[in-house]
Design a protein around this ligand. Structure first.
Ligand code: SAH
Ligand code: SF4
Ligand code: F3S
Length: 451
């Protein structure tokens, strides 16, 4: 039996896919090359915005056909499973919208996967488990099937104790469960011994960690593990961003100089309506905790525009905080009303055209700020990790030129893509940290040469 998993959403979902893959391999499945030769297709879904949910249903539409074709052929039938946040949110309703789905599994039921698949295969009809398993954060690390990357994802918290008015996550992932620090440290030691050089600590809200110590303390302990080169973590909530944590970031050289801390809006009225628990002033104060470190790091954020009640003045407050903080990067979204969220009670009172105009203005200014931030790297010698090799350029190019020039793609500590010249067409040393001189910068890339 072969399986194939399609994944949407955040790193938490990417990591859940690694966990599900491990469980299926242990149960005797092998990986398929794609949907066409898979006996089991699992969709690991996201429901954070309507678009994310929509993508899943379109994919299910395509799979319906693939499954019907399979049923008409001599090949074994195709089993379709839906896991992840949309499965947790919609539960049995998934079967109503897509009756050809065989299995629905909630976000905390991962460890039930082998049993659920066995039940579905035994032909007893549809299977579903969207029960809440409070111990799903205690997943056996040896089962996780990680990809070939140099960076390993490591869960420290599952769930979220905040209650932002627009957000499905507290419903789809439940309240916070913290992994005990000794387990996290043992897992990371094992990873370092196996050659992983970079780790990313994961949680909806990593900095509210309390698994026997505070998040800052956990970072100090992780940093002592031999072999690690960079430590990353995501996502940080401004309310849980303490002076101690800022100090840890400044003090620990292995911490990659990158912080993703969603602000959502620059308007205090909107932040209050969102239930974020801080004002724009509080956010600025917390960025201030970073002191000198701020000068040479990447501060990234998320924005929601068009939240119910957002006036022109509220949006201007968002534009002005962008100017004040000069975020190095941001992800921005139009507010999307989601099932079972408190914001549904608010009237979605802003026209689509206004929402789109605001998003376009915010994104255009962010592109300029990101470009400025990238230009500050030009001339510097920095470290970057080789991730992949670009295609040979120039083949069949203009006037038949055949330059045969390839390049390496690498990722900097600040999580930027850098394209490195490779004049001698050497094979890329995947996963290695190299030193590069940055020679040019655009809004979405850096260019450089290995030194
Ligand atoms: N745990 C993270 C965010 C998880 S969701 C945190 O609290 O920082 C990732 C981002 O999606 C959020 O930061 C927010 O900007 C966006 N988002 C979440 N729900 C949304 C919704 N209903 N509409 C639009 N954007 C949303
Ligand atoms: Fe959602 Fe807010 Fe929790 Fe982030 S902090 S996951 S936005 S409820
Ligand atoms: Fe999406 Fe669930 Fe992550 S809603 S963003 S996959 S926690």
């Amino acid at each position: 039996m072969k399986f194939h998993i399609l994944t949407w959403g955040c790193q938490m979902n990417d990591h859940d896919t690694e966990k599900m893959s491990g469980l299926l391999l242990n149960a005797g499945f092998s990986p398929a090359c794609g949907i066409d030769d898979a006996d089991l297709v699992l969709l690991n879904t996201c429901s954070v915005r309507e678009k994310a949910a929509h993508k899943v249903f379109s994919e299910l539409g395509r799979l319906k056909e693939a499954k019907a074709n399979r049923a008409n052929s001599a090949n074994s039938p195709m089993l379709i499973g839906v896991a992840g946040c949309l499965a947790q949110q919609e539960k049995e309703k998934i079967f109503k919208r897509a009756p050809y789905v065989d299995l629905v599994m909630g976000t905390t039921a991962l460890k039930q996967l082998p049993k659920l698949v066995a039940d579905a295969l035994s032909g007893g009809g549809r299977v579903i488990d969207t029960n809440f398993y409070a111990d799903n954060h205690l997943f056996p690390p040896e089962v996780i099937q990680r990809g070939p990357a140099a960076k390993a994802l490591v869960t420290i918290i599952e769930g979220c104790n905040h209650a932002c008015a627009y957000c499905v996550v507290p419903t789809t992932r439940g309240a916070e469960r913290h992994r005990p620090a000794p387990e996290i440290l043992a897992e990371i030691r094992g990873l370092a011994e196996r050659g992983y050089r970079e780790i990313e600590l994961l949680g909806q809200n990593v900095n509210s960690y309390q698994g026997g110590c505070a998040f800052a303390e956990l970072l100090y302990q992780v940093a002592e593990i031999d072999g690690l080169e960079w430590i990353r973590f995501t996502t940080s909530h401004p309310m849980n961003f303490t002076r101690d944590l800022a100090q840890a970031l400044v003090n620990i050289p292995k911490i990659a100089p990158f912080l993703h801390m969603p602000i959502q809006s620059g308007s205090d009225k909107i932040l209050r309506r969102m239930g974020r628990g801080y004002t724009s002033g509080d956010y600025i104060e917390r960025v201030g905790y970073l002191g000198e470190w701020r000068a040479d790091m990447c501060l990234s954020t998320d924005f929601i525009v068009g939240f119910p009640g957002e006036t022109d003045d509220d949006f201007e407050a968002t534009m002005s905080i962008l100017e004040k903080i000069k975020f190095d990067a941001s992800f921005s979204f139009i507010y999307s009303p989601r099932p079972d969220t408190p914001a549904l009670k608010l009237t979605d009172d802003i026209s689509d055209s206004v929402k789109h105009e605001r998003l376009a203005r915010l994104q255009a200014r962010q592109t300029e700020l990101t470009h400025m931030s990238h230009r500050r790297e030009v001339g510097k010698i920095i470290q970057a990790r080789i991730e992949s090799q670009g295609p040979i350029e120039g083949q069949g190019g203009q006037e038949g030129q055949q330059s045969q020039q390839s390049y390496w793609l690498a990722r900097t500590a600040k999580w930027r893509n850098v394209r490195l010249e490779n004049p001698n067409n050497r094979p890329a040393p995947f996963g290695r940290l190299i030193s590069a001189k940055i020679t040019d910068a655009g809004p979405h890339w850096l260019k450089g040469e290995v030194v």
